[in-house]
Design a protein around this ligand. Sequence first.
Ligand code: SF4
Ligand code: SF4
Length: 155
Amino acid sequence: MEPKGIVFNIQKFSIHDGPGVRTTVFLKGCPLRCKWCSNPESQLSRVQIMYRGENCLHCLKCARTCPEKAITAAENGRIHIDFHKCTGCLACVQGCPGRALTSEGEYKTVDEVMEVCLQDIDFYEESGGGVTISGDLRRRRNGPARFRGGTGPWP
Ligand code: SF4
Ligand code: SF4
C-alpha cells in the first residue's frame, strides 16, 4: 500500500518560511508547543474529526456510515466519537448532510502532495523558492515524516 502522511494544510505563496516563493506543507503532529501557536489543532499526530452540534440533523447517517462503528448516539441528542476506534477515513465527514462534521488533517500520498506543490514550479524557479515541510518530521520505521502505509491504528 502506498505510504501516506497526515497533512494539516498546504499553504501556497509562503514568503516567510525560506528563500523565495514557497509552498509550505504542514504535517500533523508538530512536536513544538509554542505559546503563540496559532494552529494548536496541528499538534496531535492523527486525523481529528470536529463536530458542530448546531448543524447536526440527528440523522445518524455518520453512525451507519462509519466502517469502524466509532460513532454512536449520545444521550443529549449529539453524537459520540470513539477516537480509539477512528482511523480517519473521513467517510462520516464526506457523507454528513448537515456539514456538522469536518476534519483537521487528511491522509495524502506523496504524489498527491507533489501535485499541489508542482503547480507553482514557475514561481519557485523565478524566485529561488521551493517547498518547506513543517510539522512532525521525525522518521518512522515505515517512512519519513509520518508517511506510512494504510490508514490503520495510529503508530
Ligand atoms: S451525519 Fe451529520 S447531521 Fe447526521 S447525525 Fe451525523 S453529524 Fe449529525
Ligand atoms: S473518520 Fe472514518 S473511522 Fe473515523 S469516525 Fe469517521 S467514518 Fe468512522
